[in-house]
Design a protein around this ligand. Sequence first.
Ligand code: C2E
Ligand code: CA
Ligand code: CA
Ligand code: CA
Length: 275
Amino acid sequence: KAAGKRTFRLFCTEMEVRLHERVRLEAKLRAALADMDGLFLYYQPITDVRTRAVTAREALIRWHHPGRGWISPAEFIPIAEESGLIRDLGAWVLRRACEDAASWEDGARVAVNVSPRQLGTGTLASAVLDALFASGLSPDRLEIEVTESALLGDEKAGLADLRRIRDMGVRVALDDFGTGFSSLAHLRAFPFDKIKIDGSFVRDAVQRPDCAAIVGVVADLGRRLGVTTVAEGVETQAHLDLVIAEGCSEVQGYLLGRPAPRAADLPRIADLTAP
Ligand code: C2E
Ligand code: CA
Ligand code: CA
Ligand code: CA
């Protein structure tokens, strides 16, 4: 019994510590957003396999926490989602990404990730409109990336939001294809402009014929639907050869370019990472 009590107390303490850490992280993120301090966008090229031209760059958020250093979006995006901060964060990402893209001389599009929580509230369309208006970027140079899970909650409202932005001339991509549920139903429900094949399939495909087959079938599907297919997570020449052989039209991954900050942020980032 005594041991049980101790275990229980230990469990509570652990939960408390985790909760406190989370609350602290949320407060710090809120402050970063208010002061626009420590938040950056990195950009990763997406390349056409035939022309080798960069057709788009994906904006990937980075956060330098004052005490902990760089924290992965995989850790702080969920906190932003649960705390409601994602709305302001998402609006900032859209605005900054459109502003940056407006100055790119090659005319590449900018791809922006949108969280499930930004969909279905009716506010995404106005955030997109604001960002386009403020930056002067042409709508056809903006691409919105949504994952399948974004469409699972309030599916109808989510699709209505996407339709609204697509009607503005903005392109919509289905991200992480193959990792969620009822992928084909989503392709039927919405005219996506692009399908992004999750990097896990690409990386496994070299060793596993079944994964290569999946990549090939999705590329065929894209071709028949008239949709661009992007292979994500291309890290090696072997990955690249394989996804080209399987018929993907565009590629993204460390082999072609790692996410990198814009030149204007380089001095500030060098300061942050200095010992
Ligand atoms: P994602 O949208 O699937 O983004 C691709 C992730 O794969 C990025 O991780 C990118 O850095 C990484 N990556 C790119 N090429 C390679 C490669 O060759 N190999 C491997 N192993 N990884 C590669 P990152 O930047 O850590 O972002 C993680 C996730 O966080 C993103 O996954 C996206 O879901 C989310 N995220 C990032 N930025 C934003 C944002 O501005 N808003 C929202 N809502 N989510 C974001
Ligand atoms: Ca993405
Ligand atoms: Ca992805
Ligand atoms: Ca992902």
